[in-house]
Design a protein around this ligand. Structure first.
Ligand SMILES: Cc1ncc(COP(=O)(O)O)c(C=O)c1O
Length: 481
C-alpha cells in the first residue's frame, strides 16, 4: 500500500541525509538549506546572524526559496522553448491568493513575475506596489475572480486601469463586460473557459458542474462582442483545470480540449496571443513527490504547437498563474513538543505548543499531508507517534484522521522541536492573519529570512499576537494596569 511520505519512516537514527532539495539532516540537526533550525531556539554552535534565540512556536518565511522557484520554472520553459523551436514566449505570473503577505508579493515582483489577483483588496495591494516602485508599467496584472457590475471590485478595476495600462481583466461571465465597455477606457481582456476538473472533451467541460468561466459557445459569443467593441481587445484565453495536479497525463489530457478551443478562437480573433493555463502546477507537499516539470512542459508546449499548426494559427505565448508552486516551500512552522502522553492509546501522543488545525486548516479540512521532521535529536532512535495540538478539538491531530501515513519522531523528547514544512501556500490565508483563532490561541512570531549577495542570512522578526490583542479583538475592554 502506498501512502504519502511525511517524514522519517524508521526507528533508526537519521544519518547525514538529504530529505529533499532544501531539507537535510546534519549531525543530528535539521537544516533548511544552510540554516540550522534548532539553533533558532537553542542557540549554541555558531550563530548565523540572529544574535539571540527566539521563543517557539515560530513561523519561518524563507524568501530566497520563492526566487529560486520562479527562476527554475522560467529556466525550464526557456530550455523547452529552445529545444522544440517554440515560437511563443513564457510568462510567469504569481497567483497572489496563495499568500498575499507583503514580503511575499514584494519578492515575487522583485523576481520579475507578473501578478494575478482576484479581489478588491488585491487592487489596493497592487496600487501600493506600484507606488513603491515594485510593479513597473510593463508588468501584467491579471484580474481574475467574479466582478459583476456595481461591485467594489469592478469599480476598483476601472480606477486601477487609469493608473496601470497593463491591467487585464479575465471575464468570467458575460455580465462582467458592460462596465468595461461603458468605462470607454482601452482594456485588453481575457476570457475564462469553463474547464475546472477532470474531463476529456469539450462536451464534458461544457456540462461539468463548475461555477468558473463560460462554456465554449458563450466564449465565442463574448469574443465576438469584444471584437465589435472599440475599447476592448481580446488578449488572453484562460483555461485552469485544477490545483496540485500531480499526474502529468491528467493535467495534459484536461488541458487538451481547451487548446483546441484556443486555436479555433485564434482563427477568428488575431489579437489573441496568450494561452493561460492558470494554476495547477504541483509542488512537493510530502517527500514522495515525483513530477517531472521538464517533461510536462515539453509535452504542454509540443501539444499546443501541434494543435495550433493543425488549425493554421501561430503558437501562443503561454502563461501560468503559479500559486502553490511559488509559495508552498518558503513557509515552515516550528513548534516545541511540550508533553508526551502515554495513555494506552494506540500510539504515544506528542503534544505541541500550538494548533495544527488552525495553522494548517487543510490538514483537517481536506486531510492534506505536509512534511513533518524533528529539528534536533535526529541522531537518536525514533518511534511512531501521533501529534496533538494544544486546542481541545479532536481534529487537532497529525497525521490527519483518515491518513495511512506513519509519523516517526525521536524517542528523546527533552527540548525536542519539530517543523511542519511546505505550508507556505493557502494555509495562513485560510486560517486568517491576526483575528482570533480556535481556542483563542495567539498567533506565533514570524521570522522573515533573506540572504545578502554574499550569502549571509538577514533576519526580520514580526511579533505575533499578545493575549491582549486577542482579547481586544473579541470585544473585551482591557483596562490599562
Ligand atoms: C484563477 C486562479 N489562478 C491561479 C490559481 C493558483 O492555483 P495553484 O495554487 O494551483 O497554482 C488559482 C487558485 O485557486 C486560481 O483560482
Amino acid at each position: 500500500m502506498t501512502h504519502p511520505i511525511v517524514g522519517w519512516e524508521r526507528e533508526t537514527p537519521v544519518p547525514n541525509y538529504k530529505f529533499n532539495d532544501y531539507l537535510s539532516a546534519r549531525d543530528g540537526r535539521l537544516f533548511y538549506e544552510d540554516l540550522d533550525l534548532a539553533q533558532l531556539f537553542t542557540g549554541g554552535r555558531q550563530d548565523q546572524g540572529l544574535g539571540k534565540t527566539l521563543p517557539s512556536p515560530l513561523e519561518i518565511i524563507y524568501l530566497p526559496k520563492i526566487r529560486e522557484k520562479i527562476k527554475t520554472m522560467r529556466q525550464i520553459f526557456a530550455e523547452v522553448i529552445e529545444e522544440i523551436g517554440y515560437e511563443g514566449q513564457f510568462h510567469y505570473a504569481y497567483a497572489s491568493k496563495a499568500n498575499a503577505a507583503e514580503e511575499v508579493v514584494r519578492t515575487t515582483l522583485g523576481a520579475g513575475a507578473h501578478h494575478e489577483m482576484s479581489s478588491p483588496v488585491d487592487v489596493e495591494i497592487v496600487r501600493l506596489m506600484i507606488a513603491a516602485g515594485l510593479l513597473p508599467p510593463e508588468r501584467m496584472v491579471i484580474a481574475n475572480g467574479f466582478k459583476p457590475p456595481g461591485t467594489i471590485y469592478d469599480d476598483k478595476l476601472i480606477q486601477l486601469r487609469r493608473e496601470h495600462e497593463n491591467l487585464i481583466p479575465v471575464i468570467e461571465d458575460l455580465c462582467e463586460m458592460p462596465p468595461l465597455i461603458d468605462s470607454q477606457l482601452n482594456f485588453e481582456v481575457g476570457l475564462r473557459q469553463k474547464c475546472y476538473g477532470p474531463h476529456q472533451n469539450q462536451a464534458e467541460m461544457d456540462t461539468a458542474h463548475s461555477r468558473f468561466g463560460m462554456d465554449a459557445a458563450t466564449i465565442q459569443k463574448a469574443a465576438q462582442i469584444i471584437a465589435e467593441t472599440p475599447n476592448l481587445t481580446l488578449k488572453i484565453y484562460h483555461a485552469m483545470v485544477g490545483s496540485q495536479i500531480t499526474d502529468g497525463d491528467d493535467f495534459l489530457a484536461w488541458l487538451k480540449p481547451t487548446m483546441e478551443i484556443y486555436a479555433q478562437l485564434r482563427q477568428r480573433h488575431p489579437s489573441l496571443s496568450i494561452f493561460d493555463f492558470g494554476g495547477g502546477m504541483p509542488v512537493p507537499m510530502t517527500l514522495d513527490f515525483d513530477f517531472d516539470y521538464h517533461t510536462f512542459v515539453r509535452r504542454l508546449l509540443t501539444t499546443l504547437q501541434e494543435i495550433c499548426r493543425a488549425h493554421g494559427v501561430p503558437s501562443p505565448d503561454v502563461m501560468g498563474e503559479f500559486g502553490r508552486y511559488t509559495t508552498s516551500e518558503h513557509g515552515a512552522h516550528l513548534f516545541k513538543v511540550t508533553t508526551v502522553k502515554e495513555n494506552n492509546s494506540r500510539l504515544p501522543w506528542y503534544i505541541i505548543n500550538g494548533s495544527i488545525m488552525t495553522s494548517f486548516p487543510d490538514s483537517w479540512a481536506l486531510s492534506e499531508h505536509f512534511i513533518v521532521l524533528p529539528l534536533n535529536h535526529l541522531d537518536k532512535p525514533f518511534r511512531q507517534v501521533h501529534l496533538g495540538g494544544m486546542t481541545c478539538d479532536s481534529d487537532d491531530v497529525y497525521p490527519p484522521k483518515p491518513s495511512q501515513s506513519p509519523l516517526y519522531l525521536p524517542v528523546e523528547t527533552e527540548d525536542l522541536y519539530i517543523g511542519f514544512f511546505s505550508i507556505g501556500a493557502y494555509q495562513e490565508m485560510l486560517g486568517g492573519v491576526r483575528g482570533s483563532k480556535h481556542c483563542v490561541l495567539p498567533e506565533a512570531n514570524e521570522l522573515i529570512i533573506d540572504q545578502a549577495s554574499n550569502g549571509d542570512y538577514q533576519f526580520q522578526i514580526l511579533p505575533g499576537q499578545r493575549t491582549n490583542d486577542v482579547l481586544a479583538n473579541l470585544g473585551y475592554r482591557i483596562e490599562r494596569r
